[in-house]
Design a protein around this ligand. Structure first.
Ligand code: FAD
Ligand code: NAP
Length: 520
């Protein structure tokens, strides 16, 4: 049983509750928390009214179930009777009713596409929609698509008029290797734009181009060795993925297409892909925050872009729970070491363990060697904002430091125009300050960087700044290097902290374009 009080759980600031796009959250009644829902789904009660049967649902049938007490919703082709879930939904009944009797995939994706509704609502599953996608099965048929350059017209679901041009791909082989070349038609492509996974008979290479995703998804025709590598051919926007053959035979075709192969679709319409990562180490950083190191499978390539996050998935009392976390480097100095060659197979996370939280105690109980599924990265932070940047101000509270770690590394090592980076770091007590000595050391070593700590509950010995984010603290902190210097401000912490900070920044006449707030 979980050590989670059930009354007002999750708390208003909890990520189980916090939603994107300024969506309003509805207070849940007593006994209607996520934990209560999990208990109900485990109770054996017939939640669909179909006594365990699964049916094929036609659109006509779906439309009939559009009342609160008889509400069916289709999400990614599966139909759920959500009436029993109504009172447990953090977004409220009204939000669910907007999708009553229809396809709610877009609505659910807009709000929290990372929440695994398949797991949360599995006891409410009525069945599948009657229409099924068609996938070619015959290798001869696939050869037309796979063995050679794919013309633009063949790229499935290519955006018609707006958005970037759809990529294409080609492949070639030597005795010992197979190279897949992706022609992105974008000059500024980098290695964090490509995510590769070769597991369980499925090879996936997802190329992120602006807000679109180009997917190569195939069952390879022959076996390959575990490690894959990717490289960028500069200036021509070509990505090359090199696979090492297990046997030196000649391949007649690359493989068989799987779901969404060769599609180019908006990222928001693509389900998140997870791979199993192994817990390598877990170190105390403060009394409640730990540095977790996880290893990607050797057959994966994944680099999280600066300021983005991934999702970690765990099963808590039988339900799949997913929470976002922001990868960091192993220390504030790893990007500065010579040569700059961090091992890309490891991911590091600074995670605060909340004893009464749903997810973090479970994460903390994992043993070294255990596996955790980690998603592909997401986030809307854009490093293009750093072009010609001179003054960078970072406002972080608690674990809100995490996106600032890669931002700080990137700014100090890659932004030539940069004159000053200042971090104001809000915590309760001195003991809560993550990586305090590293931050101080960095400020000592690099004169472009300054750090100020502000404590909301200091001991009487504390001589530094005290209190919460305020106009007085901000106006003193946000002094530009030069009157006209190009400035950018990042802010991250508990949602009310961030919201208040953004309001204060607007009051101080900083424009929307000059601020990035990290929210759920
Ligand atoms: P929750 O169950 O969500 O609980 C959160 C708080 O509420 C805790 O204080 C808990 O004690 C309290 N609480 C729970 N139940 C009750 C109750 N009934 N009554 C009163 N209080 C209660 N966090 C990190 O540590 N590192 C990161 O890198 C990081 N990156 C993030 C990136 C993004 C984009 C976002 C949105 C969040 C990020 N977070 C990060 C936060 C993280 O996703 C989780 O929200 C956090 O780990 C808490 O999860 P939990 O399930 O353990 O706690
Ligand atoms: P915490 O220790 O509870 O708080 C850190 C500091 O913020 C404390 O000084 C605290 O003051 C202050 N604070 C809290 N609420 C405030 C408010 N309403 N107004 C002004 N100051 C406030 O923080 P934490 O537990 O580490 O939580 C970090 C938060 O950051 C989590 O909510 C997490 O989800 C979020 N986060 C988001 C991202 C992202 O990318 N979106 C990434 C990482 C973390 P008090 O002493 O008064 O509480």
């Amino acid at each position: 049983m979980l050590n989670a009080p059930s009354q007002s759980f999750p708390t208003p600031g909890s990520q189980q509750r916090v939603a994107s796009g300024g969506r309003s959250k509805v207070p849940l009644k007593q006994g209607r928390s996520l934990m209560d829902w999990i208990r109900l789904t485990k109770s054996g009660k017939d939640l669909t009214g179909l006594k365990g049967r699964l049916i094929e649902v036609t659109e006509e049938e779906l439309r009939k179930h559009n009342r609160k007490d008889d509400c069916w919703i289709c999400i990614r082709g599966l139909v759920y009777n959500v009436s029993p879930y109504m009172e447990y939904h953090p977004g409220g009944e009204e939000e669910l009713m907007r999708a009553a009797g229809s396809d709610g995939t877009d609505l659910f994706d807009q709000v929290h596409r990372w929440v695994n509704y398949e797991s949360m609502l599995k006891e409410c599953l009525v069945g599948r929609m009657a229409v099924k996608p068609v996938v070619p099965r015959d290798c001869r048929e696939e050869k037309k698509i796979l063995n050679g350059l794919v013309s633009r017209s063949q790229a499935a679901d290519a955006p018609a008029t707006e958005g970037p041009r759809p990529p294409s791909y080609d492949w070639f082989q030597t005795d010992s290797s197979v190279t897949i070349a992706i022609y992105t038609k974008q000059k500024d492509i980098s290695l964090d734009s490509i995510i590769i996974d070769n597991q369980d008979d499925s090879f996936r290479a997802e190329t992120i181009i602006q807000d679109y995703s180009y997917l190569i998804h195939i069952r390879l025709s022959h076996e390959v060795q575990e490690d894959v590598s990717a490289r960028i051919v500069e200036n021509v926007g070509k990505i090359e993925i090199v696979l090492k053959k297990k046997e030196n035979t000649s391949w007649k075709c690359l493989g068989h297409p799987l779901e969404n192969h060769n599609s180019f679709i908006p990222r928001k319409d693509v389900g998140l892909h997870y791979r199993e990562c192994q817990l390598i180490s877990k170190e105390d950083v403060t009394h409640d925050t730990k540095l977790f190191c996880l290893k990607l499978p050797p057959s994966s390539h994944l680099q999280t872009p600066v300021g983005q996050h991934v999702y970690l998935k765990l099963t808590v009392t039988g339900a799949e729970i997913v929470k976002p976390y922001t990868p960091v480097s192993d220390s504030l100095f790893s990007e500065f070491k010579e040569p700059v060659l961090p091992n890309k197979q490891y991911m590091y996370f600074l995670i605060k363990i909340y004893p009464a939280g749903l997810f973090t105690p479970e994460l903390d109980h994992l043993q070294i060697g255990d596996f955790v599924p980690i998603s592909s990265p997401e986030g809307n932070f854009k490093i293009s904002k750093f072009q010609e940047l001179e003054d960078l101000f970072l406002l972080a509270a608690g674990t809100g430091l995490t996106p600032m770690v890669t931002i700080l590394n990137f700014a100090l090592t890659r932004v030539r125009s940069l004159r000053k980076v200042k971090l104001m770091f809000f915590n309760k007590t001195e003991d809560d300050i993550i990586w305090r000595s590293q931050l101080e050391k960095l400020a000592f070593k690099d004169k472009r960087f300054d750090v100020e700590f502000v404590l909301s509950a200091p001991t009487s010995e504390w001589t530094g700044k005290q209190g919460h984010i305020s106009p007085a603290l901000l106006s003193e902190f946000l002094k530009r290097n030069l009157d006209e210097s190009k400035v950018f401000i990042c802010i991250c912490g508990p949602t009310p902290f961030t919201e208040q900070g953004v309001r204060l920044l607007h009051d101080l006449n900083f424009s929307k374009d000059e601020i990035h707030s990290f929210t759920a």
